[in-house]
Write a protein that binds this ligand. Structure first.
Ligand code: AMP
Ligand code: ZN
Length: 115
């Protein structure tokens, strides 16, 4: 399931270093290298999920797991009471940079409206 030249597959395999703050058998969480908020965490499935439009059942399950663990990861970063935003980008119009499904957890300050 490892995709050549995919940054997040490389991090999953330990080939690319990262600031990993959580890991289990299905997913891991790292600090974003270019944070857009005081807290900016990425929750990423180990398997390469290219997108959810053409996803297989195992890929959907891996993505679902990311949603399941995100609240506890947010809480572990101190965002349990103050709140946070979950974002997932899909495709060119969203500005998606890395074509391996992931959730952004953003928080630590009052966030701007969506746009
Ligand atoms: P997206 O635009 O939704 O694909 O988000 C990709 C995110 O990955 C961006 O916020 C980048 O700053 C972040 N990113 C890219 N490379 C790395 C890396 N090596 N370690 C941590 N975060 C990264
Ligand atoms: Zn990948």
């Amino acid at each position: 399931m490892n995709q050549r030249d995919c940054i997040f597959c490389g991090i999953s395999q330990g080939e690319i270093t990262s600031n990993k703050i959580f890991e289990d058998d299905q997913a891991f969480a790292i600090l974003d290298i270019s944070p857009k908020a005081p807290e900016h965490v990425l929750v990423i499935p180990h398997i390469h999920v290219g997108d959810l439009i053409n996803a297989s059942l195992p890929e959907f399950q891996a993505a679902r797991h990311c949603f399941e663990i995100a609240p506890q990861i947010a809480k572990s970063r101190g965002l349990g009471l103050s709140g946070y935003r979950l974002v997932t980008n899909q495709g060119a119009d969203s500005g998606q940079e890395v074509p391996h499904f992931h959730l952004h957890i953003l928080g630590g300050r009052k966030l701007q409206g969506m746009g």
